[in-house]
Design a protein around this ligand. Structure first.
Ligand code: ZN
Length: 134
């Protein structure tokens, strides 16, 4: 695993949260993107090397909607940049970890992504992400 790629924050109202994070970070989101397959609307902020992803559910069956039924708004996942997502999935499964996605899928911001099952990682939801090859 390389650096932390971004931190994902679950929010109820992405427009209101965009304002809060624009105020706090001093920069506007550089991208807003809907990910239909996940039922989410995302906003990305960049400060220096660091990225924050805000996530709002667009459907009731979205993972973010389910998260917000059980939890308050707040940190939802930590994403790590990986050079070879297939190799990382294979490595972790070989160590006995359960993946939510055993094959990478398209994520926001031009990434291939896969989530590790949080029951195996102290209830911290971990996302692997690899920049999509051009
Ligand atoms: Zn993410």
């Amino acid at each position: 695993m390389n650096k932390i790629e971004h931190i994902g924050i679950a929010v109820k109202d992405i427009q209101a949260s965009n304002k809060i994070f624009t105020d706090v970070l001093g920069v506007a989101p550089y991208k807003q993107e809907a990910v239909e397959s996940e039922g989410v609307l995302t906003s990305f902020f960049k400060t220096g090397e660091n990225k924050i992803e805000l996530l709002q559910a667009t459907r009731e069956d979205s993972a973010i909607a389910k998260f917000l039924e059980k939890n308050k708004e707040g940190i939802h996942h930590i994403a790590f940049d990986v050079s070879d997502i297939n190799a990382e999935i294979k490595r972790l499964m070989g160590l006995g970890y359960k993946m939510i996605h055993e094959t990478p899928k398209d994520g926001a911001d031009n990434k291939l992504i896969a989530f590790l099952h949080p029951k195996d990682s102290n209830d911290v939801l971990i996302e692997l992400c690899q920049e999509k090859p051009l």
